[in-house]
Design a protein around this ligand. Structure first.
Ligand code: AMP
Length: 355
């Protein structure tokens, strides 16, 4: 997955050129622009077609200017122009998904964070190797239906947008499942979901030290998922299945949550392990990441997914969260990203946070 420019030559011009913080106008872009503006950066919104009209309703988050592209897939053709303008691209879930993980990895434009992480996250098997070898507890994975000894969730490869899942409460119920493509069978973990917003700074020398930098906890949310969140109101799963109603996990919004304080050591331990292992496997993950899991009644956190960039749930905390306020009042994840760009630039260490 090579780019034509080596990472140092992609970044060198930023040492003496004022950077412009840019991202695709979607997902958490309002927060990213808002944070960048508060840090004094110029901002550029990338839009396939005309800029979204609702941006006009948010003057503090609207980017200074827009780059209209015919489709997001055409973005690589604008690489020279973006580099000339001193653009730093901030990845978010929709940006990487719409452009495609491979194309994103090959972009000849400076990207915030270590782009090598994309390869480890976009393949669920590699992601499991990373997390399990870090010593992180994950839902059990069954190789065959015969091994199933409890409730399971079946996930089709590449299931997008929360559709393409199948729930079975035991092995007998799983026998009725007729697969239509490659899938994995995973333990269905019973408990409560938490989506933990971390930031790893390789530059910081204070706080909760991990590797050569430090790990920050900036917030937590829970995703609202349709139709699973309300499906129970219609009765038991099997009955629903008989009438052709299957659960889906389509994210429609987010709600803020906090964890019992006594569970924070466990959460920090998981975050540290993930970072330490990332340093060994691919030179380290930098910036925002989200650990997504379920706290069981035995108070064990099982991680079903990791997002290796800013997640949309952080937009709940544009004016700070119950955690980020204990570091710096009013600090959002979007602003934290731009702060790191500032600090790295002042210290001549941009190559450690951009790729
Ligand atoms: P994923 O695509 O892996 O992020 O999963 C989408 C949604 O499915 C999650 O937000 C959870 O609500 C649910 N989910 C995923 N894996 C599990 C699991 N092993 N046990 C229970 N729920 C799960």
């Amino acid at each position: 997955m090579g780019t034509s420019l080596s990472p140092p030559s992609r970044i060198a011009h930023l040492e003496d050129k004022a950077p412009t913080v840019s991202t695709l106008c979607s997902h958490s872009s309002l927060q990213i622009f808002h944070g960048a503006r508060r840090e004094g950066f110029r901002t550029l919104g990338i839009t396939p077609g005309p800029p979204p009209r609702f941006y006009e309703a948010f003057p503090l988050a609207r980017p200074d200017r827009f780059l209209e592209v015919p489709t997001i897939r055409a973005l690589p053709e604008y690489s020279d122009e973006l580099r000339r303008d001193g653009v730093i691209l901030v990845p978010h879930g929709s940006f990487v998904e719409y452009l495609g993980p491979e194309a994103f990895t090959r972009l000849d434009v400076p990207v915030f964070g270590n782009r090598a992480v994309i390869e480890w996250e976009s393949d669920r098997r590699k992601e499991r190797v990373w997390l399990e070898s870090a010593g992180v507890r994950m839902p059990k994975r069954y190789e065959t239906p015969d091994e199933v000894d409890g409730p399971v969730i079946v996930k089709y490869y590449g299931a997008k947008g929360g559709k393409g899942f199948y729930l079975a409460k035991n092995r007998a119920a799983l026998e009725r499942f007729q697969p239509t493509g490659p899938h994995v069978i995973q333990e269905y973990v019973l408990g409560t979901r938490y989506y933990i917003h971390f930031f790893y700074s390789p530059l910081s020398k204070d706080g909760y030290r991990v590797g050569s930098g430090s790990l920050e906890l900036l917030g937590m949310d829970r995703r609202d998922e349709a139709n699973i969140d309300e499906l129970y109101k219609l009765g038991a799963q099997e009955e629903l299945h008989r009438v052709g109603l299957e659960p889906t996990f389509v994210v429609t919004g987010n709600v803020p949550v906090i964890l019992r304080e006594s569970l924070l050591p466990q959460i920090f331990d998981i975050g540290s392990r993930i970072i330490e292992r990332s340093i060994e496997l691919f030179g380290g993950m930098v910036g925002p990441f989200c650990v997504e899991g379920i706290m069981t009644e035995d108070l064990q956190f099982k991680v079903f997914e990791i997002s290796t960039r800013i997640v949309a749930g952080t937009s709940l905390f544009i004016s700070g969260s119950p955690y980020s306020d204990l570091r710096e009042p009013g600090l959002s994840m979007g602003r934290r990203i731009s702060q790191e760009i500032h600090r790295a630039r002042d210290a001549g260490r941009l190559s450690e946070i951009l790729s």
